[in-house]
Every structure is written in structure tokens, then in C-alpha cells.
Design a protein around this ligand. Structure first.
Ligand code: PMP
Length: 438
């Protein structure tokens, strides 16, 4: 948005009340944030009337795009009879049942309000079950705002530590030293390194938190050998596996873990399961989830939340998830595979040093000649960051919002949208080649 635009004048007002003019560090500024007037299906319209194909979809949440009719009618109906109560409603049973029926090993579930809370309660549940407090997580992976999983996200070549012992890099000034000490950092796809670190810390580890395709660590597919090494080591050491599927649950009808052969003890879910409303869920093995059981007095892990399982999020989630049947996932898979193959074709034809990662409806373009295998390989140097900045501005000028870490497709998209993305990428590569030969 340019000076004088409606977005720019809204931002001026916003800066008087928010420390940086926004409520989320993830908001893009170019140079001011783009304020949104509304969305419809896969498209967004900003406050100045410009229209965009939305590959962000509120950070991959809106798998049916904006203003999905079944969600609107379910929420409208629910709103007329109240938005939240201090007692349960039938709506939560419907969504809980749907999820437990679809996901192997998801035997019991509890709803919360965000992915952050889902991950937090999964970690606390693992602690309550094992009686241990430390966790292991993947370098560079994002899991929300619970301190332990915030460790090792501000890593850069200056501080990321040895390859076989990644540093527990703090995320913010004043982060407790005890948190850093209690967080073991593993590198994605480094099975030998992970086994050594897990064995060395086994006595104090409650859980390994893993997102099967961590977006900020590169949206990289985990290697089967890495998954089975984690699985076997965790089992033999009595350490639980928490699978954070907040983002990657959109990979399939049965979720992401079953897709990559992971057998988690606990899951953290969020985003798509709320149909566009705030949600999170923690679930998994019935014996582990029993730490929440308050049926016979105080549980090992008391868990509440004013808006947990509120009926608006529950009915919206049901409407969205019911529309996501096996056929809908198969169609998204095919669209995603076609798109990634066509982007790769464009790269090969142009000879430019790019690569593509992702799965199902997710993709990420890297300014690297071969696809990265883990966080450190996926990090950008200054020149690569400039290239990616100019790519995202190029896409915006051509009417597409392309996020850096995880771009996604949605069910209202089809061949026309895939074609548009590929054509804009080809034009960008042509411009880049032209620039480089000047
Ligand atoms: N885990 C993962 C993998 C995520 O992608 C996110 C959100 N981007 C979260 C946890 C946190 O979810 P929320 O923003 O709903 O708190």
C-alpha cells in the first residue's frame, strides 16, 4: 500500500494504539500493512479495492477459502441461540467424534482456543504422564508461543551452534535460563544426531515435539529413516511423541502423521478444524489423555479455558471438516502435485537456482538450486532474502499473495488458479534472468 492509500491512513490510526501498529508480528508491511475489506472463496479484496488470489489463507487456516457458505449458515444458526456457555454443548461431541473417527491413535480429545494452547497442553500432558519436564524440538520449527517450543527459532549462522549439538537459542530477551536448559534441539532429518541427543537426555525428557513438515524449518518432508529413528528411540526411552499438526493436518483425511508413518502418543491440532474460527485441540492415547480426567477429583493436569469448546468454533469446525471428505482431500492433493510439478518445470526451463518443497495442498519456493533437507539449509543469505522479497512483491503486483514459509491451496481453487500462479512465477523468472543478463 502506498502513502495516501486507505491502508496507509488506517495504519496511521493503528499506530496510536498498537506498539507497532498491529497485533501480530507476522503481518507483512510493504511499507504499511494491507488492510482487508473482505474475502470470497480464494480471493481477497483490500481496503483500497485491489483483489488478490490468497495463498496465505490466514496462515493455512481457510482450507475452503473465505466466507465458506456452510460455515456461514452453521455459525448464523448457532449465534441466534448463544455464543458461549459455562456448560458443554452437543456441538463439541460432534466435532470431537469426527476427528477421533478420522485420525488413527486419536482416541480422546480436548478442545482449546489456539494452536499455541494445543501444543502447550500436549507438552504438559506428556510431563504429567511421564513425571519429567524437559522436551526435545526441531531446530527452526514454529509451534506457537509456549516458551519451551519458542527455543531455537531465532537461530542464525552466528549462533546456531555445532551441527551435532544445536544451540538452545533464546527467542526473547529475558527468556528463563531454565527453559533453555530444558529444551533439547534436534536437527530435522539428522537421525544419528537426534538419537545421541535423545539418549544423553533420556532421564529428563518428557516428549519430542515434532511437526512432520515444519514450515519455518523449510516445509521439508521428513525422511522415513529419521521418523523411524525418532519413533524407536522415543519408545525405547519411554519418551512420548507429540505431533504438532496445527498446520499440517490439512495434508489429508487421516492427518499428517499417518501420511509419514509417524505414530504419535499425542497430537496438537488447530487451524482448519475451526472452520475459520479460533480453535485448538489436544488429543491422543486414551491412557495419556487420562491426565485430564477430572471425573474422580483433581486430575493430574487440570485444564480449562473460558472459550474452550465454544459452540461457534465447534459448529464452524464441523461444517468445514464435513465438507472435507476423502474426495476433497484427493482433489487438493492432485492440485498441489500439479502445481509443484509445474513450478519445477518452470525452474528447469529457466535454469534459475530455485527449488520447490511441500506436500498435499502446501508448497514453498526456495531460492536454492536443490531443495533443502532441514532448517539450516533452508535459511537465506542476504542475496537470497532480496530475491525472495522481490518475488513476493512481483506476485503482489500480479494479484497474488504468496507467503514465504507455507503457501497453500484451497478447495475453491482449480486449474485457472494453478495456471495463474505458474504464469506469474514464469514471468518472475524471466524478469530475473533478464535482470541478471543486463
Ligand atoms: N504449531 C504450528 C505448527 C503452527 O503453524 C502454529 C500457527 N502458525 C501454531 C502451532 C500456533 O497456533 P496458533 O497461532 O493458533 O496459536
Amino acid at each position: 500500500p502506498v502513502p495516501g492509500s486507505r491502508s496507509a491512513s488506517l495504519f496511521q490510526r493503528a499506530r496510536r494504539v498498537f506498539p507497532d501498529g498491529t497485533s501480530r508480528v507476522t503481518i507483512e508491511r510493504n511499507p504499511t500493512p494491507r488492510y482487508i475489506a473482505g474475502g470470497e472463496g480464494p480471493y481477497l479484496t483490500d481496503a483500497d479495492g485491489a483483489r488478490f488470489l490468497d495463498l496465505n489463507a490466514n496462515f493455512t487456516t481457510l482450507i475452503h477459502g473465505h466466507a465458506f457458505a456452510p460455515v456461514i449458515s452453521a455459525v448464523e444458526r448457532q449465534l441466534r441461540s448463544g455464543s458461549c456457555f459455562a456448560s458443554p454443548t452437543e456441538a463439541e461431541i460432534a466435532l470431537g467424534t469426527l476427528l477421533c473417527e478420522r485420525v488413527p491413535r486419536l482416541e480422546r480429545i480436548r478442545f482449546v482456543n489456539t494452536g499455541t494452547e494445543a501444543v502447550m497442553f500436549a507438552i504438559k500432558a506428556a510431563r504429567a504422564f511421564t513425571g519429567r519436564s524437559a522436551i526435545a524440538k526441531i531446530e527452526g520449527a514454529y509451534h506457537g508461543a509456549y516458551d519451551w517450543v519458542e527455543v531455537a527459532q531465532a537461530s542464525s549462522p552466528d549462533n546456531w551452534g555445532r551441527a551435532d549439538a544445536p544451540a538452545s537459542v533464546p527467542y526473547y530477551r529475558g527468556m528463563p535460563a531454565s527453559v533453555l536448559d530444558e529444551t533439547i534441539v534436534l536437527r530435522l532429518n539428522d537421525a544419528d544426531g537426534a538419537i545421541k541427543l535423545l539418549e544423553r537426555n533420556a532421564h529428563r525428557l518428557a516428549t519430542i515435539v515434532i511437526d512432520p513438515m515444519p514450515s519455518r524449518a523449510g516445509l521439508v518432508t521428513p525422511e522415513p529413516a529419521f521418523i523411524s529413528a525418532l519413533q524407536e528411540t522415543a519408545r525405547s526411552l519411554g519418551v512420548l511423541i507429540v505431533c504438532d499438526e496445527v498446520l499440517n493436518f490439512r495434508q489429508g483425511y487421516h492427518g499428517a502423521a499417518s501420511r509419514c508413518g509417524l505414530e504419535p502418543d499425542l497430537f496438537a491440532l488447530g487451524k482448519i478444524i475451526g472452520g475459520g474460527f479460533p480453535i485448538g485441540a489436544v488429543g491422543g492415547r486414551a491412557d495419556v489423555m487420562a491426565v485430564f480426567d477430572a471425573g474422580h477429583g483433581r486430575p493430574l493436569l487440570p485444564q480449562g479455558g473460558t472459550f474452550s469448546a465454544n459452540p461457534i468454533s465447534m459448529v464452524a469446525g464441523c461444517a468445514a471438516m464435513e465438507a472435507l471428505d476423502q474426495a476433497a482431500f484427493a482433489r487438493l492433493d492432485e492440485l498441489g502435485a500439479t502445481l509443484r510439478a509445474e513450478l519445477e518445470g518452470a525452474i528447469t526451463r529457466s535454469g534459475a537456482p530455485f527449488s520447490v518443497t511441500g506436500a498435499a495442498s502446501l508448497f514453498r519456493i526456495h531460492p536454492k538450486p536443490s531443495p533443502p533437507k532441514e532448517f539450516r539449509e533452508a535459511c537465506w543469505n542476504t542475496m537470497e532474502a532480496q530475491t525472495m522479497g522481490s518475488m513476493s512483491r512481483f506476485f503482489l503486483r500480479h494479484g497474488i499473495i504468496l507467503p514465504d514459509a507455507a503457501a497453500c491451496l484451497s478447495t475453491p481453487m482449480g486449474a485457472a488458479e494453478i495456471d495463474k500462479i505458474v504464469r506469474v512465477f514464469e514471468a518472475f523468472l524471466a524478469e530475473l534472468n533478464g535482470r541478471n543478463s543486463d
